[in-house]
Design a protein around this ligand. Structure first.
Ligand code: AMP
Length: 595
C-alpha cells in the first residue's frame, strides 16, 4: 500500500490529514523548497554571516548559489565559538540560538556543536508526527498495545556563555513537546518519562527493561533509536535476568536503582508477580537465546530500530534474537536538521529509502564524484536541487537551515533510488570518511592513524615499529569493540615488546580517539580496544589476496578497515598474540575546547 491520495477507508481522520500533508509536500517539492529558502534568507538577511555575501535582499536560488559558499563545520567554528562564548548578536540566525546540539560527528577530536533555535523543536515534532500514520498503513492495531522503546538522555554541559550543549534527542526528551505530549493511543510507551529522563543510563535501562517485562503481553513493538541500543538492552537482560526475576517475584526494586523519581514511579508499577518471575527465569536460564524477543514479548509485530548505514552490521544479531521480525527504519535525521522518513517502513533493511521532506530545510546535493574536488569560492561547485537529483546517482547532502547553517556539508552520501510523487527517495550509503563505528562513535582514517602513531611511541624503547595495520569493528559480542591488527618490525627478538607494553598501547590508542568514542567506552557501549599482533608477512599475503581478486599492484593500498570474511580469516589465522585495553579512557562531560 502506498502513501497517496487514495487512502483505504480504515484510515482515521487524523491520519488521513497527515498522509494528505505528506502527499502535498512530496508533490510540490520544488515550490516548497523555493519557499523555504525564501523564508530562511528573508528572516536571516540581517545576520552577520549572510551580510558578508552581499545578497542585497535577494532570496532566489540562483543568487544564493552564486554568492554563498559551501562550507564544512571547521569553516563555521569561529562563529560557533563566539556564540558559545556568549555573543548574542545575530551571527548566524536572526532568532536567538536556544542551545547547541552536540553531534556524534567530531572535529579535532571534539563533538561538533550545532546551533539550534527554539522553533526547530516544532519542526522535529512535525517529522515525528508523520511516522505513525505511515506505519498504520502497514501494521494495523498498533493502538491496542504499547511500544517498548529504550530511550535515553545523555550528559549535558554549558558553554562559557551559558548555552546548554546536549545531544538532539536529550533536548527533545527534556522538552515540553515530549514530556507533556498529549495522549495518543498509537504512541503509548511502556517506559514512564521518569525512567527515560533518568540521567544515569544504567539505572534508566534497568528500569525500562523492568517495565517492558512487567507489561510484556501489551508490547506490540520493540525498539531503540539505533540497533546498538536495543542490543545493549538485550545484553542487560542476559546479565541481569535473575535480578529482574527477583524484583518481579518480590515486588521490590533492585536497591542499586537509587534515582528517587525512578524509584517512586517504579513503586507504582512493580507488584509481586511470582508467575511472571518464573516465566522469565524459565526463558532466560536456557542456554539458547535465539528468538528471545518474541519469546518474552510474543505480540511484537516489528522492531523499530535504525539498521541502515553503520548499524547494518547488527542485522544478523537482531534477526537471531527476534526470529526474523521485520525491522522498521522509520526516519533519517541529524543534529543539524531532521531530514525525512521511510514511506515503506516494513521493507527489508537493504531496501530502505528515505524521503526527504522539503519543508524541513533547503536541501542541495553535491554529485559524489565532484565532492572530492576542492571546493573553493572561486570555482563554486554545481549543486543540484532536491527536485532535480537523478535516480541511480550518489550525492553528498548539503543543508541550509532556519537555525543559520548555510550550504553546510552534512557528510552523508546518499543514492537516489526512485521518487515518491515528485520527491526523491534516498538510500543511505555511508558517512564520508568513517572507518569504524560501534555505537554513536565515528572514527575516521586520520584519527585511527594518529592513535596508532601515539601508541607506537611506546614501542620505541624496544626498537620496534608498526609496519602495517588495519582495523575491524567486531560486533559479534555486545558491546562490540575495535580490533586493530598490527604487523610489527622487531629489531632484536630478545627485546620484543612485552604483553604489558602492548596492553598500554591499547590504552594509549583509546586515549587518542575522539570524545564520542571515549564517552561510549565509559558508558560501556563499546568494549576494550584489542590489538592483535600478526606474523611478519601477513600484510603481503593480504596484498596477494587482493591482487588475486583483481586489484592492481600499482594502485593497491592496505585497507585501513576490513570486514570481508576471507580477509578476516586470513588475518585471524596469522595472529600471534592478543592484547586488550586495561581500563576506560579519560572522558568527562565538559567539552575540552569549551573549558
Ligand atoms: P548526529 O549528528 O550525531 O545526530 O548524527 C547524525 C548522523 O547519523 C547522520 O548524519 C547520519 O550519518 C546518521 N544517521 C541518522 N539517521 C540515519 C539513518 N536512518 N540511517 C543511517 N544513518 C543515519
Amino acid at each position: 500500500m502506498a502513501v497517496d491520495s487514495t487512502l483505504p477507508s480504515a484510515v482515521s481522520d487524523k491520519d488521513a490529514k497527515i498522509l494528505h500533508f505528506i502527499d502535498e509536500m512530496t508533490k510540490n517539492v520544488d515550490s516548497v523548497q523555493e519557499r523555504i529558502l525564501d523564508e530562511i534568507l528573508t528572516r536571516n538577511a540581517e545576520t552577520e554571516y549572510l551580510k558578508r555575501f552581499n545578497l542585497n535582499g535577494a532570496t532566489d536560488r540562483e543568487t544564493f548559489k552564486s554568492k554563498v559558499p559551501v562550507v564544512v563545520y571547521e569553516d563555521l567554528q569561529p562563529e560557533i565559538q563566539r556564540i558559545a562564548n556568549g555573543d548574542k548578536s545575530p551571527i548566524l540566525s536572526s532568532h536567538p540560538i536556544s542551545e547547541f546540539l552536540t553531534s556524534s560527528g567530531t572535529s579535532a577530536g571534539e563533538r561538533k556543536l550545532m546551533p539550534t533555535i527554539h522553533e526547530e523543536l516544532d519542526r522535529r515534532q512535525l517529522l515525528y508526527s508523520l511516522l505513525m500514520p505511515v506505519m498504520n498503513l502497514y501494521v494495523p492495531g498498533l493502538d491496542k498495545g504499547k511500544g517498548l522503546y529504550f530511550l535515553f538522555i545523555k550528559a549535558e554541559t554549558k558553554t562559557p556563555g551559558g548555552l546548554v550543549a546536549r545531544p538532539v534527542l536529550t533536548s527533545y526528551y527534556k522538552s515540553e513537546h515530549f514530556k507533556n505530549r498529549p495522549y495518543d493511543p498509537f504512541n503509548v510507551y511502556t517506559s514512564p518519562n521518569e525512567t527515560i529522563l533518568c540521567p544515569d543510563s544504567t539505572q534508566s535501562m534497568y528500569a525500562q527493561m523492568l517495565c517492558g517485562l512487567i507489561m510484556r503481553k501489551e508490547v506490540l513493538r520493540v525498539g531503540a533509536i539505533f540497533a546498538s541500543g536495543l542490543l545493549k538492552a538485550i545484553h542487560l537482560l542476559q546479565l541481569s535476568w535473575k535480578q529482574f526475576a527477583h524484583d518481579i517475584e518480590t515486588g521490590t526494586l533492585n536497591p542499586k536503582i537509587t534515582d528517587p523519581s525512578v524509584r517512586e514511579c517504579m513503586g507504582k508499577i512493580l507488584k509481586p508477580d511470582p508467575e511472571l518471575a518464573a516465566f522469565i527465569t524459565e526463558e532466560c536460564s536456557e542456554e539458547n537465546w535465539e528468538r528471545i524477543i518474541t519469546r518474552i514479548w510474543p505480540n511484537t509485530k516489528y522492531l523499530d530500530v535504525i539498521v541502515t548505514g553503520a548499524m547494518a552490521q547488527y542485522i544478523p544479531t537482531l534477526e537471531y534474537y527476534s526470529g526474523g521480525l521485520p525491522m522498521a527504519c522509520t526516519m533519517y535525521a541529524s543534529s543539524e536538521c531532521y531530514f525525512g522518513l521511510n514511506l515503506k517502513p516494513m521493507c527489508k533493511p537493504s531496501e530502505v529509502s528515505y524521503t526527504i521532506m522539503p519543508n524541513m530545510a533547503y536541501f542541495e546535493f553535491l554529485p559524489h564524484e565532484s565532492s572530492a574536488l576542492e571546493l573553493s569560492r572561486d570555482s563554486p561547485p554545481r549543486l543540484v536541487d532536491l527536485a532535480d537529483v537523478e535516480v541511480g546517482k550518489e550525492y553528498e547532502l548539503i543543508v541550509t537551515t532556519y537555525a543559520g547553517l548555510c550550504r553546510y556539508r552534512v557528510g552523508d552520501i546518499l543514492r537516489v533510488t526512485g521518487f515518491h510523487n515528485a520527491a526523491p527517495q534516498f538510500r543511505f550509503i555511508r558517512r564520508k570518511n568513517v572507518l569504524l563505528s560501534i555505537d554513536f562513535d565515528k572514527t575516521d582514517e586520520s584519527e585511527l592513524q594518529q592513535a596508532i602513531e601515539n601508541a607506537s611511541v611506546l614501542l620505541k624503547e624496544f626498537d620496534t615499529r608498526v609496519v602495517e595495520y588495519t582495523s575491524y569493528a567486531d560486533t559479534k559480542q555486545i558491546p562490540g569493540h575495535y580490533v586493530i591488527y598490527w604487523e610489527l618490525f622487531v629489531k632484536d627478538a630478545a627485546n620484543c615488546p612485552t604483553d604489558q607494553v602492548l596492553i598500554q598501547c591499547c590504552f594509549e590508542m583509546e586515549e587518542s580517539l575522539n570524545v564520542v568514542y571515549r564517552q561510549c567506552r565509559v558508558a560501556d557501549s563499546i568494549g576494550p580496544l584489542e590489538i592483535r599482533v600478526v606474523k611478519n608477512g601477513t600484510f603481503e599475503e593480504l596484498m596477494d589476496y587482493a591482487i588475486s581478486r583483481g586489484a592492481s599492484i600499482n594502485q593497491y593500498k592496505v585497507p585501513r578497515c576490513v570486514s570481508l570474511t576471507p580477509i578476516m580469516e586470513l588475518l585471524d589465522s596469522r595472529v600471534v598474540s592478543k592484547h586488550f585495553s586495561p581500563a576506560s579512557p579519560h572522558w568527562a562531560p565538559e567539552p575540552r575546547h569549551l573549558a
